[in-house]
Design a protein around this ligand. Sequence first.
Ligand code: APR
Length: 389
Amino acid sequence: MVVLGAGPAGLVLGNLLQERGVDCVVLERAERGHVQTRARAGFLAANTVRILERHGLAEGLRRRGRAHSVCEFRSADGRFRLDYGGLGLGERHTVYPQQQLVTDLLTRFLVGGGRVEFGTEAVAVCDADTERPSVSVREAEGRPGRWRARYVAGCDGRYGAARRSLPDGSVRRYHCDHGVSWLGLLAEAPPSLDAVGYAVHERGFAGHMARTSEITRYYLQCERGTAADAWSEERIWDELELRMRGAEYGPLRRGRIARRGVVDLESDVLEPLRHGALFLAGDAAGLISPCAAKGANLAVLEAEILADALVDDLLHGDSAGLDAYSARCLAHIWRAQEFSDWMIRLLHSPSGAPEGPSPFHDSLRRSRIASLRTSRSHQDWFAEHYVGV
Ligand code: APR
C-alpha cells in the first residue's frame, strides 16, 4: 500500500493500516521538521476524538487538548453566547493544534515500525486502472524513483499528485467560490475571550479562535485580491477591535502577528473518490472552507473508513467496503459542505460576489442570527452540525 502525504489523512490511514498488519509506506514531499511545525486547523470534533481514541492515537490530545464548547456571536443587534456543549447532541470540540496532532501520529507510526519517505515528491500515479498501479516520484536532489503497490491512497492535498493523475472525465469536480476572502492571522497573544468569537460587522466579518494560552487565531474578512502584507499590525488590531466591538465588550489582548495569509473561501468535492486502485482522502478528496473547521475532521473520518475497507479487501478478500467507500464518504462530505456554506452565509456579506453587496441578503443574515439567538430548536440544530462530522 502506498500512501501519498503525511498530513492528518495520510498519517491516520498509515497508523490504522499498520495496526492491522497491512504493509504500507507514506511518501511525503516535505521534510519532517516542516510537517511537524506547519500550523493549520485546531478544532477536533467529538467524533474525531472517538476515532483517535479507538485506535490508541489520542494520548497527546487527552493530555494537552482543551475541551471547548462555547461560541459567542457579536453584531449590531448585541451579543449572545451559545453553550453548544449543552445543546444538540451535547458534544464538544477539543482544541489541539494540528501540528501537535500530526507530530503524535507521526511519532506513533515511526515507533511502530512505519516507514515515511520524507523529501519524496509523488509526481504521478500511473496505471491506476490496473491491479498493479505505481507512483513515480522525485527523491532528494531530484533523483527519479518508482513505488508499486496494490492500492494507492491520495492524501496529498489539493495540489498533490493524486488529483493531477486523474484522467479527464474520470471524476467530476463540483466547485464553489463563496466570494469571500479572509486575512488569517496567528497572533502571539492570549485569547481575548473564553469562546470562539464570531463578529458580524458592516465592515466585514471578524473571527477569534483560541489555540493555546499564548497563541490566538484571528480572521478578518478582506477585499478579494488583498495582499497578505498589505495591512500593518496596528491596522489589523484596530480593525479587529472595531469589528469585535471591543469598546462595548472589552478590548482585545494584542500581540505580535507571527503569521498571516489570505485565503479565498472555496469548496470543492470530487465524485467519485476513486479511480481504479487510487483512492482519495482529506483535502485531495474535497476542499471545505475553514469557516466551520471541518477539514481535518473529515480527513480523519475518511481515513478510518478507507482503512477499514482496505483491511477487508487486503486481508479478507472482501471488496465491498472499497466499492462503498466513495458513497459513504460523500454523504458526510456533502453534509459538512452544507453546514459550512450556511455558516459562510450567516457570517458574511460576500464582497467578492459578482452582483456586489446585497442589502436584502444582509437583512436575511440578521434574521438568521436572531433566529439562532432565540430559537432553541435552531440552536440544537446548530450545535449538532457545528461539532458533528
Ligand atoms: N507528494 C508527496 N507529498 C505531497 C505531495 C506530493 N506530490 N503534495 C503534497 N504533499 C503532502 C504535503 O506536504 C502535506 O504534508 O501531502 C500532505 C497533505 O497534508 P494536508 O495538506 O494536511 O492534507 P490532509 O491530510 O488531507 O488534511 C486536510 O487538515 O489542515 C487541515 O483543514 C485542513 O482540510 C485540511 C485538512
